[in-house]
Design a protein around this ligand. Structure first.
Ligand SMILES: C[S@@+](CC[C@H](N)C(=O)[O-])C[C@H]1O[C@@H](n2cnc3c(N)ncnc32)[C@H](O)[C@@H]1O
Length: 247
């Protein structure tokens, strides 16, 4: 069962603290060694975040099967420097070419072991930077692509995140995304999403089932935007978008 189907129930036992923690920034190479090179702050270190990481790692297989073809088409031909915001446990790593330079920006420290394992498994060199997409710790005009899957639903300030995406992208660089979004206004599903939203956000690590994410992307200032709306059999998060926005 996908994580988003089970999040509220399981989080009911995991409503706990959100505290900052100090950790070491790591770079995991193909061989799996982790080079610790600076002290950094992980924004999310509470027990609920540990549970969230475990759930993402263990309960998302069905969702991943449903989007596998889209991810392959979106990620398999990327080149150069790729920044992934909110990579979670690293479910996108199998799709990237091994030659890319991959930087992940992730607030939850408990995602790190899963990303490291996936990097080793798929032979990627990864650079995980603790932080938030609202303040991407990457130089401006340096990324060939920025990737986001199921992250814009959770960030606290999507407009600021998209400004940051534009800042770090090189001119002509692309923002690639797959996100669950709000159902059409007035639909039954939208009423359900609106009703669920307060509890869902509280226990789902900030996730909004009713966010009109496409509106933020369309008005962010990209030179061009292509968005496909589609549905998956995923209950309250069945309405999804995938697309590309170019700087
Ligand atoms: C539903 S998970 C999706 C993870 C992964 N992208 C995937 O497709 O499975 C949301 C991810 O976004 C991260 N996240 C939440 N708020 C964030 C923020 N403000 N900036 C960056 N990442 C964030 C979470 O820690 C988590 O890894």
């Amino acid at each position: 069962m996908p994580l988003h189907d089970t999040q509220p129930l399981i989080y009911a036992v995991a409503l706990t603290d959100v505290s900052a923690g100090t950790f070491m920034r790591g770079t995991t190479g193909v061989s799996g060694e982790t080079a610790m090179n600076s002290r950094v702050e992980w924004p999310k270190t509470g027990f609920s975040h540990r549970i969230h990481a475990w759930m993402l790692a263990h309960l998302n297989a069905r969702y991943e099967r449903l989007v596998a073809d889209r991810k392959r088409a979106m990620l398999a031909n990327l080149r150069g420097c790729v920044v992934e915001i909110g990579p979670g446990t690293g479910p996108n790593l199998p799709y990237y070419p091994k030659e890319i330079r991959w930087i992940g920006v992730e607030p939850n420290r408990y995602m790190m072991p899963y990303v490291k394992r996936a990097a080793e498994q798929f032979g990627l060199t990864v650079d995980v930077r603790p932080g938030l997409a609202e303040e991407i710790p990457v130089a401006q005009n340096s990324a060939d692509a920025v990737v986001s899957t199921l992250v814009l639903c959770s960030v606290s300030d999507p407009e600021r995140v998209l400004r940051e995406v534009l800042r770090v992208l090189k001119p002509g660089g692309r923002f690639l995304f797959i996100e669950h979004v709000a159902a059409p206004r007035g639909s039954r599903l939208r009423r359900v999403q609106d009703w669920l939203r307060p509890l869902w956000t509280k226990i789902g690590d900030g996730c909004h089932p009713n966010r009109e994410t496409w509106q933020y992307i369309e008005s962010a200032g990209f030179a061009s935007v292509q968005i496909e709306h589609f549905r998956l059999p995923l209950g309250p998060v069945s309405t999804q978008i995938a697309g590309t926005a170019s700087k």
